[in-house]
Write a protein that binds this ligand. Structure first.
Ligand code: GDP
Length: 363
C-alpha cells in the first residue's frame, strides 16, 4: 500500500494545501473567509482568487499581493505549492461529525478565537478535533480592532501595529493575549504570539487579526504558507491516488441533485464510475458533468458553471450524476477503474459509513 502511494507521487509537483477555518460561533470564521473573497471582487480577476465549489482558491500571485506588508518580507519564492485551497464551509455540522474520524481532509487549519471572548466550548471542541487528527494549526486572535482604543493599519505588519499602540491599547491587548495563552495551556497547548514564538514545532502561533479592518490578515496568510512549506512539503506532493471527500449534496436547476466535493489528490474525469455513501447503502453511478463556477466576470446569471472533461487536484468540484438524491456528505468518494472494482469499492464505502456512524454514536 505504501509502495503504491510513493510510486504515484510526483516529487516535482506540489498540490495546493487544503485549509480549514474552525472556531466558536460568532468569533469571525465567515468574516475571515469573506475578507478573502471581497479582495477578489475589488481586484477583479487580477489577483486570480477564484471561488470554487465549497472552497476558495488563493493562487500564489494573490498571496504575494496580500502579504506585501509582512516583515521580514515574505517572498512567494519561499513556497513550492501553487496556492491555498481554503474550505468555505466552516462548522458544517454533518460534515464535521462525519469528518471527525479517519483521514483528515485539511492539511492545516485556522482556529479563530475572538480576542475579546477567549476560548469557548466550540473552540475547545475544535482543539480536540485538531489534536486527534494531528492537524497543524495557527490561531487567529480575531476582532483585535475591538481592543480598547486600538488604532488599526491593514497596510502594516501586525507586529508594528501592536508596537505602535498607545499604552492603554497595548496593555489591554497584552492582558487578553496572556489570558488566552493560559487558557490554551490548560488545553495542553503551548502558545505564543507568532513573532515571539520560541519554537514553532512545539508552540502554537497566535496571529492578531481583524476580519473587519484587515489588520494582520497578510501576516496570517504568510504564516500559513511558511508553515505549509516547512511542515507539509512531503505530504503536499501531488499524488495520482484519488483522495476526494463529499462536502455537500445540493439540488441545482438544470442538473438535478449534485454533489460538491473537495478533490485533494488525483483527478476526476467525465464518465468515471464513482462509488459513494448513501442513506440506503453505497451509490454507484457515472459522472455526467464535472462543473466549476465560471470566472466572476462571466457570471451574469447566478449559478452558471463551466464543464470540464477532467479536473486535477487540489480543487473544489461539483459533480452532476444520476442517483445522487440519497448521497451523504462527509465521506470519501471512490472511482472504479474497472467494472470488477465496483463491488470491492462498495464494500469499502460501506465500511467507511459504518465506522462513521459508530464514531457519532460514541460521541
Ligand atoms: P462565525 O459565526 O464564526 O462565522 O462569525 P461571523 O464571521 O459571522 O462573525 C460574527 C460577528 O462578528 C459578525 O457580526 C461580524 O461582523 C463580526 N466580526 C467578525 N470578525 C470581526 C472582526 O475582526 N472585528 C469586529 N469588530 N467584528 C467582527
Amino acid at each position: 500500500r505504501r509502495e503504491l502511494n510513493e510510486k504515484n507521487r510526483d516529487i516535482r509537483v506540489l498540490r495546493a494545501p487544503v485549509i480549514c477555518v474552525l472556531g466558536h460561533v460568532d468569533h469571525g470564521k465567515t468574516k475571515i473567509l469573506d475578507k478573502l473573497r471581497r479582495t477578489n471582487v475589488q481586484e477583479g480577476e487580477v489577483g486570480g482568487i477564484t471561488q470554487q465549489i465549497g472552497a476558495t482558491n488563493v493562487p500564489a500571485e494573490a498571496i504575494a499581493n496580500q502579504t506585501k506588508m509582512v516583515k521580514p518580507a515574505f517572498s512567494i519564492d519561499q513556497i513550492d505549492f501553487p496556492g491555498l485551497l481554503i474550505i468555505d464551509t466552516p462548522g458544517h455540522e454533518s460534515f464535521s461529525n462525519l469528518r471527525s474520524r479517519g483521514s483528515s481532509l485539511c492539511d492545516m487549519a485556522i482556529l479563530v478565537v475572538d480576542i475579546t471572548q477567549g476560548l469557548e466550548p466550540q473552540t475547545i471542541e475544535s482543539i480536540e478535533l485538531l489534536k486527534k487528527r494531528k492537524t497543524p494549526f495557527v490561531v487567529a486572535l480575531n476582532k483585535v480592532d475591538r481592543v480598547f482604543e486600538w488604532e488599526g493599519n491593514q497596510h502594516k505588519d501586525i507586529k508594528e501595529v501592536v508596537q505602535a499602540q498607545a499604552e492603554f491599547a497595548k496593555n489591554d491587548f497584552e492582558r487578553r493575549v496572556k489570558e488566552i495563552t493560559i487558557r490554551l495551556n490548560e488545553q495542553g497547548l503551548n502558545a505564543a504570539l507568532f513573532y515571539e514564538n520560541p519554537d514553532p514545532r512545539t508552540y502554537v502561533s497566535l496571529v492578531p487579526t481583524s476580519a473587519i479592518t484587515g489588520d494582520g490578515m497578510g501576516n496570517l496568510i504568510a504564516l500559513i504558507c511558511t508553515m505549509c512549506q516547512a511542515k507539509l512539503a512531503p505530504q503536499l506532493r501531488y499524488s495520482e491516488e484519488l483522495q476526494c471527500v463529499v462536502l455537500e449534496v445540493k439540488t441545482i436547476q438544470g442538473y438535478g441533485t449534485t454533489i460538491d466535493v473537495i478533490l485533494v489528490n488525483g483527478r476526476l474525469r467525465e464518465g468515471d464510475n464513482i462509488v459513494l455513501a448513501g442513506t440506503e447503502g453505497p451509490i454507484v453511478t457515472q459522472i455526467r458533468s464535472l462543473l466549476m463556477p465560471k470566472p466572476l466576470k462571466e457570471i451574469r446569471v447566478k449559478g452558471s458553471y463551466d464543464e470540464f472533461k477532467e479536473i486535477k487536484a487540489a480543487q473544489g468540484v461539483k459533480i452532476a450524476a444520476k442517483e445522487l438524491d440519497k448521497a451523504i456528505a462527509g465521506l470519501s468518494l471512490r472511482v472504479a477503474q474497472h467494472e470488477d472494482e465496483i463491488s470491492v469499492l462498495k464494500e469499502v464505502v460501506h465500511k467507511d459509513f459504518t465506522l462513521a456512524m459508530k464514531a457519532i454514536k460514541v460521541k
